[in-house]
Design a protein around this ligand. Structure first.
Ligand code: AMP
Ligand code: MG
Length: 471
């Protein structure tokens, strides 16, 4: 197996990471491959089923050019600062430059203990690896920036969580694994030269146009905040709750990163807490936009040695403006509104209140609306009247509007019970549901008649699944 490695991060030096080998997953089995992921790193699809691929991705063998390392970072977890985190169970196996000249990090999550494991076992369980594998691809196909997934590897190594489980490995792909918490680490340890070097690394790879700017770090901070705001606007519009928005889980590319106890909104509830361990609801669905800003402020604070006074205040207003602009645009699009009216936010909030009061399935409602549904019971009548009046101001023909709305409002989302079913079957040794969901979620906007039941509301047992932080 040949990959074109270009390990830029390793070249930053040993202040940023610890070079080390993975601890191989015993009895590894390639249980699912994402061929769209293989394409990103120019890996011919046939190679994914090779022994070489299994050996490399399960940590058994280091292929030529790979330089595995554990990255160091810190981060604010549930509001409190943790000075030393880092890859406790993941390793950056190497960075691959593809034909389009894009550098992809190949990261093995569940690679065994590292110097940053803080006594934990360095493994990831099958359950949480399946969750990340499916969710990252689901979000990508909805058009939400995210890390990607290449493959999922099972193992028979026993791992203790609330109960005995087995270890697994997930190969995650991302154009960058640098977190807000990476900057925080160098700031709070007073390594300001290293902080600057990290910022220069990010600038050179991801923001090359800012290099000649008078204040590139200020511009970069604004750009990161803007991308974060856009990403969270997408989460809100699609009903995605991340669950653990700690600053070490925030990507400086504004991508959805580090999937844990996430959840998709079903019966609409703005206060939805998907993480069963989040007692205070810090990361509840409707808190995400504020927490996103809080995290950007934490990043801004860590960049104080590099930026000018006033930039953080500027970033704050920039974030808020970007978030509201992006969110309202997305919500208008969900309603099939191409033009902008000052009354739109009111129309949107009115609808969300109705959905909440009547516990209506968020995804099913918008899909039905796309297909021309014009009543949802007595309490919705007035809202529909206003909505239809508002549509009269639109120039788009109804059929075109229907098409636009169907391309915006997905039919299929990764419902919690769907992942749960795939997990339960996988834990019994049957992995076929994972590939099925991957196929389904590749096309969330198209009717797939053979998958019709996957678009339905969850069964009673699947409505209140409790997902804890343990993974
Ligand atoms: P997470 O909750 O997955 O974002 O992880 C938070 C921190 O804990 C990171 O530094 C992880 O690397 C580390 N961590 C989580 N689970 C484990 C584990 N089983 N073994 C070692 N480190 C872990
Ligand atoms: Mg994390």
């Amino acid at each position: 197996m040949k990959l074109r490695f270009d390990n830029q991060f390793a070249r930053l030096g040993d202040k940023y990471s610890v070079k080390m080998k993975p601890r191989p997953l015993p009895n590894p089995k390639m249980v699912s491959c994402n061929l769209l992921g293989a394409e990103l790193i120019d890996l011919p699809s046939g190679e994914m089923s090779s022994e070489a691929a299994l050996n490399f991705f399960s940590g058994a063998e280091i292929i030529a050019g790979a330089e595995p390392l554990a990255m160091v970072y810190a981060g604010h977890q549930f509001g409190g600062y943790s000075p030393q985190l880092g890859d406790g169970r993941g390793l950056l196996l190497g960075q691959v430059r593809n034909k389009k000249n894009i550098l992809w990090d190949i990261h093995l999550k569940g690679a065994g203990q590292t110097p940053f494991c803080r006594g934990a076992d360095g493994r990831a369980v099958l359950r949480s690896s399946i969750r990340e594998y499916l969710a990252s691809e689901a979000l990508h196909h909805l058009g939400i920036p995210t890390t990607r997934a290449l493959c999922l590897i099972s193992s028979d190594e026993p791992v203790m969580r609330e109960k005995m489980e087995t270890a697994a490995g997930l190969i995650r792909l991302s154009e960058n694994h640098i977190r807000f918490g990476s900057f925080e680490y160098f700031f709070y340890t007073n390594q300001h030269d290293e902080l600057k070097k990290l910022a220069d690394y990010v600038l050179e790879i991801h923001y090359p146009d800012l290099g000649d700017d008078d204040s590139p770090y200020d511009r970069m901070l604004l750009e990161i905040a803007g991308r974060t705001a856009d990403m969270i606007a997408l989460w809100q519009a699609f009903g995605f709750a991340h669950g653990v928005m700690n600053t070490d889980n925030m990507s400086i590319l504004g991508q959805t990163f580090d999937y844990g106890p996430y959840g998709f909104m079903e019966a609409f509830d703005p206060g939805y807490i998907c993480n069963h361990s989040d007692d205070m609801g810090r990361y509840a669905f409707d808190q995400q936009p504020n927490i996103g800003l809080w995290n950007c402020m934490a990043l801004g604070h860590a960049m104080v040695p590099l930026i000018m006074p006033g930039t953080i205040e500027h970033m704050k207003s920039h974030y808020q403006a970007r978030f509201f602009e992006c969110y309202h645009q997305l919500m208008r699009r969900k309603l099939g509104l191409e033009t902008e009216a000052t009354s739109d936010p009111e129309l949107i909030n009115w609808l969300l209140t109705l959905l909440k009061d009547h516990k209506i399935d968020y995804t099913i409602f918008f899909r039905a609306l796309s297909d021309g549904c014009s009543e949802y019971g007595h309490d919705f009548a007035e809202w529909f009247d206003s909505y239809h009046k508002r549509l009269e101001q639109e120039k788009t023909a109804p059929e075109q509007r229907r098409q636009n709305m169907r391309a915006t409002n997905p039919k299929y989302i990764l419902r919690n019970y769907l992942v749960q079913t795939a997990i339960e079957q996988a834990e019994q040794g049957n992995f076929s549901e994972i590939d099925k969901l991957l196929e389904l979620l590749n096309n969330p906007f198209c009717d797939q008649p053979h998958f019709d039941s996957y678009a339905a509301e969850p069964p009673e047992w699947g409505r209140h699944l409790e997902i804890s932080c343990s993974s």
